[in-house]
Write a protein that binds this ligand. Structure first.
Ligand code: CTP
Length: 398
């Protein structure tokens, strides 16, 4: 499954440039991050200020701007896909012969990602053998070039040359890139990390959960179009890993109680809850305001934390709930009983014997659902498991 998130929107110098503003907005609605690269000519129709305001990103059209960033290369490296809309006859011709006379054409040469061109021009210009030859050349090189729509043009003329409907462009784009937005419109709530229960100002009861699995699920759901909220307890992630959570609504909590309160508020607003957080099973009966002397540490009374998932699952309306179980054996019957007891639709049983899984990039276990045999998950990345769990959830969401 292709992960397409960073998209470059190249804009050629035709009147249809104004329609690309709507294309940009709708692509954003689908969860894509867009950088706009207009040709200098297109700025006559839609100015850089409009693109910057809509994309919330800097916009340049020549290689002579922001030279320190070497933008044609840095943008090429970051992008997962390229759409050129509208592609004018001139722009198509320049790309066909490999010209590099503005930022966009430099970028086209420097980039190696799925590319969709959306031509829009006067029907005579589209039909002209020179344009048709150039289009064939581009198609032979692996670019996808859409057919312009048929209809009325800017003046009184009628024919094939119109900019297609935004939705048709987006469908074509998603089939070209293989990206799947099957969670579009769904609200996904993910808990991650490990709660900490303070003993005194310096000590706590906690666990080894890094939050990596929850982060992988949140990213995967976001990339599949969902609106994602994450309740994150004490993330143990690098700055880069935190940056990768852009577009996800992050709420940080420390204790099981804080997580519980946040879930009570957010769960009713969600369609899917993924409870991947490792909740501390117990907390100190009493918090000590002063640091406890080491000689007194042998006698800390604990009290059991409430089972958050169990109580939240009871509030469910139509939500699908995914639970996690960390066990040091692979007892499927015990895990299935745990799934039922917690009121979860799906449970991922992971084997954490010998300190495996926690903090690691890989996972191994079984997916249990209410129907069918347990699905074994041989050692795989947490990203892949995230996709597998979302596939299962989607089956049940209908
Ligand atoms: N969980 C929870 N509240 C708790 C403990 C766990 O909501 N107080 C959730 C976890 O987020 C996870 C699932 O319950 O999704 C299973 O957690 P696990 O620790 O395996 O189960 P426990 O109920 O703690 O049972 P055990 O006695 O086996 O540790």
């Amino acid at each position: 499954m292709a992960k397409v998130r960073e998209v470059i929107l190249g804009v050629g110098g035709g009147i249809a440039a104004y329609k690309s503003c709507d294309l940009l907005r709708r692509l954003q609605d689908h969860g894509y991050q867009i950088t706009v690269v207009p040709t200098p000519a297109s700025l006559n129709f839609v100015g850089a200020a409009t693109w910057e305001a809509l994309s919330h990103r800097p916009v340049t059209s020549q290689v002579w701007e922001r030279v320190d960033e070497v933008r044609h290369i840095s943008l090429a490296k970051r992008a997962d896909a390229l759409i050129i809309a509208p592609a004018t006859a001139d722009l198509i011709a320049r790309i066909a012969i490999g010209r590099a006379d503005d930022l966009l054409t430099n970028l086209v040469l420097a980039i190696d990602v799925p590319t969709l061109l959306v031509p829009a021009m006067h029907p005579q210009m589209w039909k002209d053998p020179a344009t048709q030859e150039n289009v064939e050349k581009l198609r032979a090189r692996g670019f996808t070039v859409m057919e312009p729509a048929v209809g009325r043009l800017t003046g009184d003329d009628f024919g094939q040359g119109r900019f297609p409907d935004t939705q048709i462009i987006i469908s074509e784009f998603e089939s070209v890139t293989g990206s799947i937005k099957d969670l579009l419109g769904k609200r996904v709530l993910v808990t991650a990390g490990g709660t900490r229960e303070a003993i005194d100002p310096v000590r706590f009861i906690g666990n080894r959960s890094s939050g990596r699995q929850g982060a992988a699920i949140a990213r995967a759901a976001r990339d599949r179009g969902a609106d994602v909220k994450m309740i994150f307890a004490n993330p143990q992630l690098s700055k880069e890993e935190i940056n990768e959570l852009s577009g996800i609504d992050l709420l940080q909590v420390e204790t099981a109680k804080e997580m519980h309160t946040a879930l009570e508020r957010e769960f009713p607003k969600s369609d899917l809850l993924v409870m991947s957080a490792a909740v501390a099973d117990a907390r100190p009966l009493q918090y000590s305001e002063g640091k406890i002397k080491k000689g007194d540490l042998h006698d800390i009374s604990l009290v059991e934390n409430p089972d958050i998932l169990k109580s939240i699952a009871k509030l469910r309306d139509k939500q699908i709930v995914i639970a996690f179980a960390a066990e040091t054996n692979n007892d499927l019957d015990v895990a299935q009983a745990k799934r039922l007891a917690k009121g979860a639709n799906i449970l991922y049983l992971n084997n954490v014997s010998d300190g495996a899984i926690f903090g690691s990039l890989d996972t191994e276990g079984f997916i249990l659902t209410s129907n069918g045999a347990p699905i074994p998950v041989p050692t795989t990345s947490k990203d892949t498991l995230a996709e597998l769990l979302l596939d299962q959830a989607l089956d049940q969401l209908g």
